[in-house]
Design a protein around this ligand. Structure first.
Ligand code: GDP
Ligand code: MG
Length: 486
């Protein structure tokens, strides 16, 4: 691991003096106005613009949008870029060998994407609940429709719980989703999640013969309304793939009535007409849409491996800053200094973690991010909570003696760890894009959520106990270690 030990120690010093300077200005005001002034001073750094951002809108269920060739090209380029990034970083990092296989698989998949665009035969999936009539539909499609169509089409049958997991590997060009009337909420969600990621889908209401002919149009209308946000009306069709036999009474010329069972013919013309039209007009777009999904799957997988490599590089960095923060706070155990020193040290940690994740932050930006995180941690009550817990553990741990500053030191290390792990998580999950001014606007809402989760994950008593012990081992002189250990 190519760690530079000199720089962080130096920055630790800078951080500390910065913290001290801040402390001086706080000391006079903090007693009178308390936390508000404290926060106000931290807020001096220009982070207001960070908070000014409106929260990201909740994404609504979105219908399918036909892709263009430009969109496909971009998707392929993005996935290639991510795989290349992965290859380069894997070469530079001493990553585990088992990743080699995964990386070369990803390279193959990425290389196949342009070929995929030329694909002529189409892959369709018939899906829906068990007993909804998927097999019956397929049977008629195979016997009646396929011989008449010029396209090469391949069908797969699966229950809808199967889509979404398996199809990521080989998505279909068109999904035929079969329902028998009322669409359940999970079914609706499954459909919406497909259309929102660009999956073309037809919703089929099968077994319409179970309702009276005069009821059928109403039921179809209701179904179309239910999915109006995600599917156009013409992509919702009503059929009867295998109608049940009905009793037929025939009046005979001699006046008698003869009763018999008759099985009506299947009615799937609405479906086959729709299918024919879509394949005529959209074959190219269907293949593009599938290629986009495949490209995105490759990109996602590459990103996952990349994150794994980066995380391994980032952990020792976070740990190193923990000890720097601890040492600084231990040496200067003013109340609240721990937090400020932590924020200052964290600014450089932010820059370093950003570097590992290929996202450049200036030290100034690092300060803003670290400041925002410090403020969030205060706001969420994490600082108070962790200080309380850690001092309780410290008291029980060092029965006879707690070194002055130990609480501050341990708290600073702990908060640095939380900040580091959270920012790492943030970098992994966010698509951090530079805005027009070359700034990297923070999504404080998601950062805040991540902070809370990471904090929760690092609250186990056993972990805190060993963390205290480990930190004391770092900051206490050897003579005191013996006492605390007893
Ligand atoms: N009443 C009626 N029953 C149907 C219709 N289509 C299929 N079925 C029946 O529904 C049951 C399940 O059909 P199947 O095709 O095996 O469903 P799958 O599990 O989705 O493949 C069978 O008994 C079919 O005869 C239809 O249009 N109307
Ligand atoms: Mg079946």
């Amino acid at each position: 691991m190519a760690m530079q030990f000199k720089r962080p120690v130096l920055i630790g010093g800078i951080g500390l003096s910065l913290a001290l300077a801040l402390m001086e200005s706080i000391q006079s005001s903090v007693t009178e106005v308390g936390e508000t002034a404290f926060l106000g001073i931290i807020a001096v750094s220009a982070w207001t613009w960070l908070f000014g951002k409106p929260p990201k809108e909740v994404q609504l269920a979105k219908g399918y949008e036909a892709p263009t060739s430009l969109i496909v090209e971009k998707a392929i380029a993005r996935s290639n870029a991510t795989v290349e990034e992965l290859e380069t970083e894997a070469k530079n990092a001493n990553f585990k060998l088992e990743l080699n296989g995964r990386i070369s698989e990803l390279k193959d998949s990425a290389a196949q994407l342009p070929e995929e665009l030329k694909r002529q035969e189409l892959h369709l999936t018939v899906t829906g609940g068990k007993g909804s009539g998927k097999s019956a539909i397929l049977e008629i499609i195979r016997s009646n429709w396929m011989p008449q169509t010029a396209k090469k089409v391949e069908f797969t049958e699966t229950t809808w719980q199967g889509i979404g997991t398996s199809e990521l590997l080989s998505p279909s060009d068109l999904i035929l989703f079969v329902t028998t009337g009322d669409l359940t909420e999970p079914e609706y969600k499954a459909i919406a999640s497909q259309t929102s990621k660009g999956q073309r889908l037809i919703l089929i209401w099968n077994k319409q013969d179970q309702y009276l002919p005069e009821q059928q149009p109403q039921i179809l209308q209701k179904l179309r309304e239910r999915v109006a946000d995600i599917l156009p009306a013409e992509d919702v069709v009503a059929i009867a793939s295998s109608p049940k036999p009905i009793k037929v009474r025939r009046h005979q010329p001699d006046g008698t009535v003869e009763e018999s069972q008759e099985t009506p013919n299947p009615e799937i013309s609405t479906l086959t007409e729709r299918l024919t039209k879509i394949l005529e007009k959209e074959s190219q777009q269907l293949v593009w849409a599938t290629t986009i999904q495949k490209a995105e799957a490759v990109k996602l997988e590459a990103k996952t491996v990349l994150n794994q490599i980066r995380r391994e590089r980032a952990m020792p960095v976070i740990e190193q800053y923990q000890w720097i923060a601890a040492t600084a706070a231990f040496a200067n155990p003013f109340p609240a200094l721990d937090l400020l020193a932590t924020a200052a040290v964290n600014a450089q940690l932010i820059v370093d973690l950003g570097g590992i994740y290929q996202q450049k932050f200036s030290l100034e930006q690092g300060k803003e991010v670290a400041g925002s995180m410090a403020k969030l941690m205060l706001k969420l009550g994490l600082v108070e909570l962790s200080t309380k817990t850690l001092s309780t553990i410290l008291k029980s741990h060092a029965a006879t003696f707690v070194a002055g500053g130990a609480v501050q030191g341990v708290s600073a290390a702990y908060l640095t760890r939380i900040a580091g792990l959270s920012f790492l998580e943030y970098l992994q999950t966010q698509e951090v894009a530079m805005d027009a001014n070359g700034n990297n606007p923070l999504n404080l809402e998601s950062l805040s959520k991540i902070l809370e989760t990471v904090f929760q994950q690092n609250q186990q008593f056993g972990f805190l106990q060993s963390f205290v012990k480990q930190t004391l081992g770092r900051i206490l002189p050897d003579s005191q270690k013996v006492e605390t250990a007893s």
